[in-house]
Design a protein around this ligand. Structure first.
Ligand SMILES: Nc1ncnc2c1ncn2[C@@H]1O[C@H](COP(=O)(O)OP(=O)(O)OP(=O)(O)O)[C@@H](O)[C@H]1O
Length: 262
């Protein structure tokens, strides 16, 4: 079977430290995969290597069977990869709508000459841009604040705007770094709903997250890292009962809480 994405034996060394040690995993189209593990396990390094911010020391990464190993971020973005960050990366002085427009323009193929001369190709791309921006605003549920400046918006809205900006590049695969960090329980539940909506729209998702309620409730499959090594992979049901994962990350209290709930 052909996978949307595959990482083969990815190793990343920083001087003497092995941050990723022969990690392999795959993603099928429309999946939500959780990437979890204790602090320093290698999750962010894994995202950085996939998106091309860091070159792996060895290993191979494929998107739709094309080798993207070591490609710079602007090329991996062009190939259909997008990423959201732990800290929101929005233009504070632009409105919500302008933030999304800026992200969508980056993927538009219209050159500066066409833009300045307002050629027909500029005008048709302007129409498709408006549709894309409207669709994204609806998807992230921020249409009602589209003309508000990002500065001063509630934190939960800013996180959603960060996701909207990533959607501007029309990704097939979206990597989200701690999307529920700092959210209250209502906002976390809204985030999970949004992630499912994106998946239903055809976007494959990888989530790094420490909130186990979000991970266990949302993910189809989970990969667990510890000291740079993959120590487990499986459904939430399998992962929450894996003795090695409980020992290294979830802790006994999580297992007991799960058993009590069952
Ligand atoms: N640029 C770097 N230079 C040197 N060491 C690094 C660098 N980036 C990460 N590391 C080290 O690699 C290891 C993995 O770090 P990484 O940030 O990937 O972990 P993580 O699982 O994302 O942790 P957290 O949950 O705290 O974000 C850590 O020991 C970290 O100190």
């Amino acid at each position: 079977m052909t996978h949307l994405f595959q990482a083969f034996d990815i190793t990343k060394k920083f001087a003497g430290l092995v941050a990723l040690d022969q990690v392999s995993f795959h993603l099928d189209e429309g999946e939500i995969l959780g990437l979890i593990g204790p602090n320093g396990a290698g999750k962010s390094t894994c995202f950085n290597v996939i998106t091309g911010t860091l070159k792996p020391t060895s290993g191979r990464i494929e998107l739709r069977e094309q080798d993207i190993t070591g490609m710079p971020p602007y090329l991996t973005a062009h190939m259909g990869l997008a990423r959201t960050f732990q800290h929101t990366t929005v233009f504070q002085h632009l409105t919500v709508r302008e933030n999304i427009e800026a992200a969508c323009w980056l993927r538009s193929k219209v050159g500066l000459g066409c833009t300045l001369l307002r050629t027909s190709s500029y005008r048709s791309s302007e129409i498709s841009l408006k549709t894309s921006v409207d669709d994204i605003l609806s998807m992230i549920d921020l249409r009602h604040v589209q003309d508000s400046r990002a500065k001063g918006l509630p934190y939960g809205y800013l996180r959603r705007l960060g996701i909207g900006i990533a959607l501007g590049t029309n990704p097939a695969l979206l990597l989200m770094d701690e999307p529920a960090a700092g959210l209250n329980p209502t906002e976390s539940a809204e985030f999970s709903k949004l992630a499912r909506r994106l998946r239903d729209f055809g976007i494959t998702i990888v989530i790094v997250e420490h909130d186990m309620k979000v991970i266990m409730g949302l993910c189809d499959r989970i990969v667990v890292l510890n000291y740079g090594k993959k120590i487990a992979e499986g459904s939430p049901g399998v992962i929450r009962r894996d003795p090695q994962v409980i020992e290294s990350y979830l802790g006994k209290s999580h297992d007991e809480a799960e058993t009590a709930r069952a």
